[in-house]
Ligand binder design. Structure first.
Ligand SMILES: O=P(O)(O)OC[C@H]1O[C@](O)(COP(=O)(O)O)[C@@H](O)[C@@H]1O
Ligand SMILES: [Mn+2]
Length: 649
């Protein structure tokens, strides 16, 4: 019965045997095309320029196409030039013009090269898909130039005539730019962002704008992303932490200029309350003097918001014992006479002893002024149109995890016990583990934004904070976030954040198999693609774990971490031939990348190689198409047997 109804519905779309047959042929041709290239990036941490570079070069995929096409006909230097032109066409053209190059000749050679490349990169797609990607102004001409025309007897003359016209009418440059961007666009079919777009670096808002323009992508939220989502939802621990992190890294511009969130309430409060305090423990990591807010003042603001954060978090930890964050209840463990804090059985002297806003009898209470500051900041976050737009996009394109073409993608970990079993984590009174844990947490994230019930909405907001830093959070996966200790206690032992057992269990294949099975993935080919933890290449650490079943691809974009890791990081490419990791050298600046024509991809590591080239038919999308073909065949059967009548004319 249901099936009949479905066939009737399908008959509306394909009212005749002929129409249904044509569609089958179209779909079948898509299925036989090579699988599109997937590109995986993670832990971008506000580094817009490095991110944008890797996006443009497709982690080496553009360079590979150049090698394929011009393998023996161009030298290395020329290939690098073509690559840089594709990544930065406008800047490169400007540079050439100034260098006194014979432009007319260069335009002609370049146009021919770009057309050839474009032909190859577009050959993986159906005509209709390429057409959709074409820049409007030049759609027709480009299509003419990149489509094979067997019927033409003198192809060369035909193409030459078009190119000559482009040159004659002075449109070579815009045309070159359009072609370069089209190549960038076609080389990567789909992008995966495995979390942590925000914090530490200076321009997460520009990354978000760029992602919102990208042709096809999904995002797995990282702990830093849910932190900003929590702030946008008005969760005050998240708001305080977002501001603290911006101050710590000298990134007030993100809030003030990027998002237009006014810091004046905090400025005034910090001056009033900590005016005579140099707040030395709250130094700015990558300081940037601002015209209106001096470094000394930024440091005081940093202290002011940190104290507010400790108070709000302490209270939240107290009110939500199941979050397992009692360790964050530190203000009540301070002896305000000796200014020592008790952690475990030990007393530690505090490195800063001036806390004018803490009432020892009620240490988590915000003073009236602190409350006032937070209310104003909360309003500013909630009313910030740009932030709300970015977060809406994160909700739409993002999730806590994703199963895509047989792989499982998530940012942090699967919480586990030391014995290799899945960890049970309580969420509002019920224990969950594995996939169910992920699912219930994601539902709460969405409730924080969409629920009509106050209590559920509030719970959702708390979950955003839980996901940021709780030991049971799959996005965080560490025993504690020792922020208080790192600011205020000398002894490094207290700064330790112990990683969840997951990260050591990753040495064993069974770990990955257990997790993959949770998500319905079995067999040899599925893999977990993970971000979050920087790979210490210097110490010989590899991004390939669990006998190849887990890939940790912290892109290592984050500059402050380069010294630690010894390399910028890894990204991943999955095309029809297989999967390979791209190792990156640290990115300096866009200017240097253009000047020196650097690619930053230092080498590629093959992860898997497909014996038989994968086609669209092997992908999730392909499976949907195959299902549709089966249904259309059934429809044709119904037309032929007379159960459904052809309609229209
Ligand atoms: O070095 P910072 O910016 O103070 O941040 C350190 C904190 O960031 C974290 O590493 C979390 O960030 P990541 O998700 O990028 O690892 C915490 O474990 C740690 O407490
Ligand atoms: Mn992270």
């Amino acid at each position: 019965m249901e099936q009949n109804k479905y066939l009737e519905y399908l008959a509306e779309l394909y009212p005749t045997i002929e129409k249904a047959s044509t569609e089958i042929i179209n779909l079948q041709s898509i299925i036989n095309l090579p699988k599109g290239t997937e590109h995986f990036l993670s832990d971008i941490h506000g580094e817009y320029e490095a991110f944008s570079h890797v996006l443009k070069n497709g982690s080496g995929a553009v360079r590979k196409k150049i090698d394929d096409v011009f393998g023996h006909t161009l030298g290395t230097a020329e290939k690098r030039s073509v690559a840089t032109l594709i990544y930065y066409p406008r800047e490169k053209l400007e540079q050439l013009r100034q260098s006194g190059e014979d432009m007319q000749n260069w335009y002609r050679v370049t146009l021919y090269r770009l057309i050839e490349l474009c032909r190859v990169v577009s050959s993986k797609y159906t005509r209709s898909k390429v057409r959709k990607a074409l820049p409007q102004d030049y759609a027709y001409v480009i299509e003419e130039l990149i489509t094979e025309k067997p019927e033409l007897s003198d192809k060369e003359a035909y193409y030459e005539a078009i190119i000559q016209t482009i040159l004659d009418i002075g449109r070579a440059e815009p045309f070159i730019i359009a072609m370069a961007e089209l190549i960038q666009r076609l080389v990567v079919d789909h992008l995966h962002i495995i979390g942590d777009i925000f914090d530490r670096g200076p321009q997460p808002h520009r990354i978000m704008d760029c992602l919102m323009d990208y042709h096809s992508l999904d995002i797995q939220w990282g702990n830093h992303d849910v932190l900003w989502m929590g702030a946008a939802a008005g969760q005050q621990a998240c708001i305080a932490t977002v501001i603290r992190l911006c101050l710590r890294y000298g990134n007030l511009d993100i809030l003030e200029d990027g998002y237009g969130i006014n810091m004046l309430p905090l400025v005034t409060f910090a001056l009033e309350t900590y005016g005579d305090d140099d707040a030395a423990r709250f130094a700015i990591k990558t300081p940037e003097e601002k015209a209106d807010i001096s470094l000394a003042l930024q440091q005081r603001m940093h202290k002011a918001i940190s104290v507010i954060q400790f108070k709000i978090e302490g209270k939240l930890a107290m009110e939500n014992p199941e979050f397992g964050m009692d360790g964050r209840r530190l203000l009540e463990r301070i002896d305000y006479d000796t200014m020592q804090v008790k952690i475990g059985q030990k007393q530690y002297a505090l490195l800063d002893t001036i806390f004018p806003t803490i009432d020892p009898s009620d240490p988590y209470a915000l003073t009236e002024k602190e409350q006032n500051v937070m209310e104003r900041l909360t309003r500013a976050f909630k009313n910030c149109e740009k932030l709300q737009k970015h977060v809406k996009f994160l909700l739409k394109q993002g999730s806590l995890y994703k199963v895509y073409n047989g792989n499982l993608l998530y940012h942090g970990c699967m919480p586990m016990n030391g014995d290799g079993t899945l960890m049970e984590v309580p969420v509002y009174g019920t224990y969950y583990q594995g996939k169910e844990l992920y699912d219930v947490l994601e539902q709460y994230v969405r409730k924080a934004f969409f629920s009509m019930e106050d209590q559920e909405k509030e719970r959702g907001k708390h979950i955003l904070w839980f996901l940021w830093s709780a030991p049971g959070s799959p996005l965080y996966g560490r025993s504690q976030m020792a922020t208080f200790e790192r600011y205020l206690i000398e002894d490094k032992e207290t700064h330790r954040e112990v990683k969840n057992a997951y990260y050591t269990l990753l040495e064993r294949k069974e770990t990955a198999e257990l997790i993959l099975k949770e998500f319905g993935l079995e067999g040899d080919s599925p893999r977990i693609i993970n971000g979050h933890v920087p790979i210490h290449q210097k110490e010989g650490e590899s991004p390939v774990k669990c006998e190849g079943k887990v890939l940790i691809i912290d892109g290592g974009f984050s500059r402050p971490y380069h010294r630690e890791t010894g390399i910028a990081g890894y990204t991943l490419i999955y095309n029809s031939y297989g999967m390979s990791l791209a190792a990156h050298e640290p990115f300096e600046t866009t200017e240097i990348a253009i000047q020196e024509e650097t690619d930053i991809v230092s080498h590629q590591i093959a992860v898997s190689y497909n014996q038989k080239r994968k086609t669209v038919g092997d992908t999730d999308n392909g499976k949907q198409l195959l299902k549709k073909i089966a249904e259309l065949k059934e429809l044709i059967g119904a037309y032929r047997s007379g159960t459904i009548k052809e309609r229209g004319n």
